[in-house]
Design a protein around this ligand. Structure first.
Ligand SMILES: NC(=O)c1ccc[n+]([C@@H]2O[C@H](COP(=O)([O-])OP(=O)(O)OC[C@H]3O[C@@H](n4cnc5c(N)ncnc54)[C@H](OP(=O)(O)O)[C@@H]3O)[C@@H](O)[C@H]2O)c1
Length: 292
């Protein structure tokens, strides 16, 4: 597609859960953007979007990022949590320093903290610090547990009427990824969000038993939440193909949820977007077909 306006926004992670929704929301608002993908084979949805220019690049290859940043002023930084995520994202920041980018919007995580026992929260805090050290404008988006993560349990919910974790009775203010993307969009298009850190949560704190109750009501059959041990969860994650570093990180993450450290309800989605974040009930109604 030919673009009359040169994009000044680069979206990374554009094939993933949050980045793909952000790309759709930018296109819906006719905002030109460049999407960075590792492989064009995964970019078929992006190719359908007006306003989207697609470039290939990899955080492992700094020069590919420098090339992708030509003419760009604002970037959305996201990659999945892996053993190399911190160095990959810092490599991206190094490439930014060789460009004319003025503002980095980084997808971080609720409660990011350099001293956290949770490895994901430590690496996100380290990348946040690296970005602060550049002196560029920044916006850190710290979302809580994604509602869409429950889609990973669609089969057990559908076929065994159950899902499991180690969260116990703890409440979590889980959030719809569409609200995370909506905050990211505002951070990319307006100057009001510079040097800000946003806690991105849903409108209510729910335990996994509350989640089971809502699923049961909407799907009109009993869905049970099963609290399992760390060892049982780890075995299930490894069997599902998660690398051991990531499986261990998820155990730490769920221990943090179980300690009640992710229950806080923030008003940042409303303040930034002017729209209340979506409820879990609404999420289940909209994704109902995945669970039945
Ligand atoms: N899940 C949760 O509940 C939760 C809660 C809070 C925060 N988070 C944070 O959210 C982030 C994950 O977001 P998500 O679920 O949207 O991710 P995702 O769906 O796993 O997508 C990851 C994206 O990163 C891209 N990527 C991976 N390695 C790359 C590299 N070397 N160079 C360039 N791009 C690369 C992937 O591209 P390919 O398509 O080529 O693989 C993909 O587009 C993590 O940082 C996590 O800590 C998650």
């Amino acid at each position: 597609m030919t673009h009359l306006t040169q994009p000044t926004i680069l979206v990374t992670g554009a094939t993933g859960s949050v980045g793909s929704v952000l790309a759709e929301q930018l296109a819906f608002k006719n905002i030109p953007f460049r999407a960075l993908v590792r492989s064009l084979d995964k970019a078929s949805n992006l190719k359908q979007l007006k306003c989207a220019e697609i470039v290939t690049g990899d955080f492992n290859d700094k020069q590919s990022i420098v090339n992708a940043l030509a003419g760009i002023e604002k970037v959305f930084l996201l990659s999945n949590s892996s053993e190399t995520a911190e160095s990959l994202q810092c490599n991206f920041v190094d490439a930014v320093m060789e460009s004319n980018v003025k503002h980095i919007v980084k997808l971080s995580q609720f409660a990011a903290d350099m001293n956290s026992p949770v490895r994901f929260l430590r690496y996100h805090a380290a990348v946040e610090q690296r970005i602060k050290d550049t002196g560029l404008q920044y916006t850190f988006l710290r979302p809580n547990l994604f509602m869409q993560g429950l889609l990973g349990f669609a089969d057990p919910i559908k076929y065994q009427q159950q899902f499991f974790s180690t969260a116990g009775d703890a409440k979590i203010s889980l959030v719809d990824t569409r609200d995370i993307a909506a905050v990211a969009l505002q951070a990319l298009v307006s100057r009001d969000n510079e040097s800000k850190i946003y806690n991105i949560t849903g409108p209510e704190d729910l335990s996994h038993n509350d989640i089971a109750e809502i699923l049961s009501e909407i799907l009109e059959k009993e869905i049970k939440y099963i609290n399992v041990s760390d060892e049982e969860l780890k075995a299930a994650l490894l069997q599902a193909g998660f690398p051991s570093w990531q499986a261990a990180g998820l155990i730490e993450d769920y221990a943090h949820y179980a300690r009640g450290e992710a229950a806080m309800v923030s008003h940042d989605v409303m303040e930034v977007t002017g729209k209340a974040p979506g409820t879990f009930t609404n999420f289940v109604k909209e994704y109902r077909s995945a669970f039945e």
